[in-house]
Design a protein around this ligand. Structure first.
Ligand SMILES: [Zn+2]
Ligand SMILES: [Zn+2]
Length: 174
């Protein structure tokens, strides 16, 4: 069946192809840790989304112009070590809880009540960050004027509409 470029099916196929390459490079399990090493995590499934988020919440929470992250099925993700949580309400009205290391404060991962089956993991915490590839930029409308967004295959002014890719993609800013 021919898939029309720009159609929801076409977008889904494109995202799937991009993510297959990303997953191959990252390998399994995906492992990461905070700066002090007290919190570690492991993910036994490949990412279902990767991107750079330029939203103001990510900027404020990280102190950086944007944050790179990947989404993975929550059931495939586990962490150990003492953590602290911070919750806020996203643009979509969902409670988003970010988990930090209790000792060094490093921002490790986040979950949205709007999509609790997914966990968004901050890619700079990866043990091998060079294995990571962001396929998207999101919230470009809020990007810092002094930091050029890195090149990515897909670019969104805000968050992509879930209706366009119901099985993949984030539902809230990480
Ligand atoms: Zn730590
Ligand atoms: Zn964000």
């Amino acid at each position: 069946m021919a898939v029309e470029a720009g159609s929801p099916d076409g977008m889904r196929a494109r995202i799937a192809a991009l993510l297959a390459t990303v997953g191959d490079r990252m390998g399994l399990p995906i492992r990461g840790s905070c700066l002090c090493g007290a919190v570690t995590y492991e993910c036994v499934a490949p990412p279902v989304w990767t991107g750079n988020c330029h939203c103001r919440a990510c900027q404020k929470l990280s102190g950086a112009p944007y944050v790179s992250a990947f989404s993975a099925p929550a059931g495939s993700f586990s962490s150990s070590g003492e953590t602290r949580q911070f919750s806020r309400t996203s643009d979509a009205g969902h409670l988003v809880t970010t988990t930090h290391c209790a000792a060094c404060g490093g921002r490790m991962f986040a979950q949205s009540a709007g999509n609790p089956s997914m966990v968004n993991v901050f890619a700079a915490t990866l043990l091998d960050p060079s294995s990571f590839t962001p396929i998207s930029n999101v919230y470009l409308s809020e990007a810092a004027s002094w930091a050029e967004p890195p090149p990515a295959a897909l670019n969104f002014k805000r968050m992509p509409e879930r209706a366009k890719s119901p099985s993949v993609g984030p539902t809230a800013a990480p």
